[in-house]
Write a protein that binds this ligand. Structure first.
Ligand SMILES: Nc1ncnc2c1ncn2[C@@H]1O[C@H](COP(=O)(O)OP(=O)(O)O)[C@@H](O)[C@H]1O
Ligand SMILES: [Mg+2]
Length: 355
């Protein structure tokens, strides 16, 4: 008995794509259509290459697989589609004959989601470790610093020579500078003052602020979901968290001299979101999207650490502070960035007040 395999292949989570020796697609299942965001009709007969911006696989390896019937696997490959989408996948390619002609079968598994969750957990653990380290160090610096400053002050009072008091004044000034730095490293230390208010009001205030910057005008698009209920938040903290991210976007657009700089603010309701390992029934999502150059690779993995900056005069504190403020709300920040598109997403749980 033969069985019709179409319902089976169409129910696979793995995308299956078969190409002939000219790399024209001769078969693909439903999962493949979903990854390509193309219908079966559009895919069959089209060249595999025409869908991507660059060659996704080493051509030599492909030729070898095709003609020698070999198989190989590649992990964490970023597929860059012509419609500007990026999809992260693992895939296996196997060469095999079909009607006596060499063909290739691609088995493609999407991994962006798992990768994001494991990255998120790792990121959160690392940030907490870094914060603890800084907190410990900051206290070790602040205590003796207070002593140094006090001693210099006393010494200054006993000196009558103005030239010498300049030195004690310098010690005091530098001690204050260091104390300031340490305080900024420790981040905002006030507790949030929660009250029920409208999220969009905070966002509108950010927009007004950015619009007021006439040095580098940016188009700000809004796509708000008006059905987001009033939330129990500290509006100043949320505003500050968003400002830091929007400012970065604005700076990135300016520094890269983007011709038509656009920042888009999006809000949505998100259900059943996982936030730091806990399921959150209802949360508000705020997206801040810019069409700038993307986050430089060298800062990507440590983006939220304090003092990580790619700018000459950057403090590297903006994102670390945003993270702390969103943490106060039990939320999280996600980032997705590639050239031409950087997207920061904040998730803030909407808690139902006890009746
Ligand atoms: N929208 C963005 N586009 C490109 N790079 C960004 C963006 N947002 C953040 N970055 C990168 O993240 C780094 C850290 O940002 P931040 O913590 O605010 O510190 P700072 O702005 O002082 O450098 C920046 O230096 C920049 O390299
Ligand atoms: Mg910044």
């Amino acid at each position: 008995m033969t069985i019709d395999i179409a319902p089976i292949t169409d129910n696979l989570n793995t995308a299956i794509i078969v190409v002939d020796q000219q790399f024209n697609i001769t078969f693909c299942n439903f999962s493949a259509q979903r990854i390509f965001e193309r219908s079966l009709n559009q895919l069959i007969g089209s060249s595999l290459r025409e869908h991507f911006v660059d060659d996704i696989v080493n051509q030599e390896r492909l030729a070898k697989a095709l003609h020698a019937g070999e198989e190989f696997t590649e992990n964490e490959v970023q597929l860059h589609f012509r419609d500007k989408r990026y999809v992260l996948v693992d895939f296996t390619v196997t060469g095999f004959p079909l009607d006596a002609q060499p063909h290739l079968i691609f088995e493609v598994r999407r991994i962006d989601k798992q990768k994001r969750i494991s990255q998120e957990n790792l990121q959160h653990a690392q940030q907490n470790a870094a914060k603890e380290l800084i907190r410990g160090l900051a206290h070790e610096i602040k205590n003796p610093l207070g002593g140094i400053r006090g001693a210099a002050q006393l010494l200054g009072k006993t000196l009558y020579d103005v030239e010498l008091t300049e030195y004690t004044a310098m010690i005091i000034e530098q001690a204050d500078r260091l104390r300031n730095l340490v305080d900024r490293l420790l981040g905002p230390n006030t507790l949030p003052r929660f009250r029920v208010c409208n999220l969009h009001q905070s966002l509108e205030q950010v927009r007004t602020l950015i619009n007021a910057d006439l040095h580098f005008p940016v188009t700000i698009n809004r796509d708000y979901d008006p059905s987001i209920p009033d939330m129990n938040i500290d509006p100043d903290m949320i505003q500050q968290a968003v400002i830091n991210i929007v400012k970065n976007a604005q700076q990135a657009l300016r520094d890269a001299r983007v011709k038509e700089p656009v920042i888009t603010l999006v809000t949505r309701i998100e259900r059943q979101m996982m936030i730091h390992g806990k399921r959150c029934p209802l949360s508000a999502q705020i997206k801040i999207i810019d069409n700038g150059p993307g986050i430089p690779t060298e800062v990507r993995d440590t983006l939220f650490y304090p003092m990580v900056s790619s700018k000459q005069d950057g403090s590297g504190l903006g994102l670390s502070i945003s993270q702390t403020l969103i943490d106060h709300h039990g939320g999280k920040i996600e980032v997705d960035s590639h050239p031409g598109h950087t997207e920061f997403t904040l998730y803030i749980p909407i808690k139902h007040e006890p009746e």
